[in-house]
Design a protein around this ligand. Structure first.
Ligand code: ATP
Ligand code: MG
Length: 425
């Protein structure tokens, strides 16, 4: 294959745009290309970001070309003076820029159909390095361009994300498949989501299992939601083999971890709780204090929530706790608003006030002020009323206000999930 410098299917990406370096725009195109090509068994082995500057673009593309022989560029193909990618790459290949008459006509007609006259500056977008291949852009005026010589191939793609993606699907991927006929299998991953266990404890539980999953690897991805486990096949397996191996690995993780696993992929805990309630034909009433409506917002994010979500009270003050969900005044004065007794009364009260099958409640100290020696910042009680039982848990959370609120919401949802599963089984 002309220009292929490495036996593996490796490419580099150059993202062009001063706004990317200023941090005003994230290089989403580079990230997307990495994921999309990994699924084809093609590895993005390097990525650089350069400003809209002809010399900087030329240098970055030349270096990337020397390393892999296949370079994909994003951005800088616009009609204005500050879009320099075309000129930079034409210079690198020592080609003149010539107008592609067929493309110029396509663009002119598109404008005419909308009753507009094409701006003279759009003519620049029909210019390609002499001898280059033009890939039509159905969604914009800048086409994809492919230039090759003995050093390899450089592909220019518009920066507008949906335009770039369409060109990659329609033209770049088919071309890369031909260019790398012997490429390895896809990089294929699956995420298994856990919550309610620390990353280190999770690691210990899986210590002996993980080597048995080879050639798959497992990465630990902790966040405020819990720890995700990403299982990955790195290309030694075909697509079908990888799917089967991921299924088997997921089953072994689920078997080992049991109730700690709440979902796979990008499904969130609130969606899981909602689906569980819906499947049981049960309804929920909620009383939140320190989470201030976070749980309500998460639960109602899912379409169809109205079938099982009845109401969520944000009972921030003691008055509201009494008025809205009927927490007895003497309970508040005896134990304080942040207590197991009040959390439990809130959960039962939310259930009673809404007429729901289940009640869920959170009360705690999110900080930064309001902590005491007995109840420091991060002290949070969560309670779930399911069936005849009210389960209450004390959390001692670290982190700042944002983290405490987010973790409290997640823990409360998880308590409800577990109680629903236990009540059924
Ligand atoms: P067009 O000719 O269609 O205008 P272009 O190649 O000139 O495309 P740019 O002008 O560089 O593209 O960028 C167009 C838009 O795409 C901008 O809003 C920019 O923020 C966004 N964009 C550019 N590069 C990236 C990137 N690497 N990741 C995500 N978005 C990007
Ligand atoms: Mg730009």
């Amino acid at each position: 294959v002309s220009g292929a410098r490495t036996p593996e299917a490796a490419v580099e990406v150059v993202a062009i745009g001063t706004e990317l370096l200023l941090g005003e725009t994230m290089d989403g195109n580079g990230a997307w290309l990495g994921r999309r090509l990994a699924a084809e068994g093609i590895r993005v082995v390097g990525r650089s970001v350069v400003p809209d500057d002809e010399a900087a673009i030329g240098d970055a593309v030349a270096v990337a070309l020397a390393r892999t022989g296949t370079v994909l560029c994003s951005g800088g193909l616009g009609p204005t003076r500050d879009d320099r990618t075309r000129a930079a790459v034409a210079g690198l290949f020592r080609r003149r820029l010539v107008v592609d008459d067929a493309w110029l006509e396509v663009v002119r007609e598109r404008f005419a159909r909308r009753g507009l006259v094409m701006a003279p500056s759009n003519r620049a977008q029909a210019e390609i390095p002499e001898g280059a291949v033009l890939w039509p852009n159905a969604r914009g005026t800048a086409p994809g361009i492919r230039v090759e010589d003995a050093r390899g191939a450089v592909v220019l793609l518009p920066g507008v994300p949906h335009e770039l993606r369409a060109l990659v699907e329609d033209h770049v991927v088919p071309w890369l498949r031909e260019r790398f006929p012997l490429r390895p299998g896809p990089v294929a991953s699956r995420v298994v989501r856990t919550t309610g266990i620390a990353e280190s404890a999770l690691g210990e539980r899986l210590d002996d299992l993980l080597p048995q999953l080879a050639p798959l690897t497992v990465a630990f991805l902790p966040s405020l939601d819990g720890t995700d486990l990403r299982i990955t096949s790195w290309g030694s397996l075909s697509s079908r083999e990888a799917e089967a191996a991921l299924d088997a690995a997921e089953a072994r993780l689920r078997e080992r971890l049991g109730i700690l696993v709440y979902a796979t992929g990008d499904t969130g805990l609130a969606a899981v709780v909602g689906a569980t309630l819906a499947a049981r034909g049960m309804t929920l009433g909620l009383a939140e204090s320190c989470t201030g409506g976070l749980i309500s917002a998460r639960l109602t994010h899912a379409p169809g929530a109205s079938t099982w979500f009845l109401a969520g009270y944000v009972t921030y003050s003691n008055d509201a706790k009494q008025r809205d969900v009927g927490v007895p005044a003497d309970l508040l004065s005896a134990h304080g608003a942040v207590s197991a007794e009040v959390a439990s009364a809130m959960a039962e009260g939310a259930r009673r006030a809404t007429g729901a099958d289940c009640g869920l409640a959170v009360t705690g100290v999110a900080g930064p002020a309001g902590g005491t020696e007995a109840k420091p910042v991060g002290t949070v009680y969560i309670a779930a009323a399911v069936g005849s039982e009210v389960a209450v848990r004390l959390l001692r959370l670290g982190g700042d206000r944002f983290e405490i609120r987010h973790r409290s919401a997640q823990a409360a949802l998880d308590l409800l999930r577990r109680r629903l599963l236990e009540a059924a089984g």
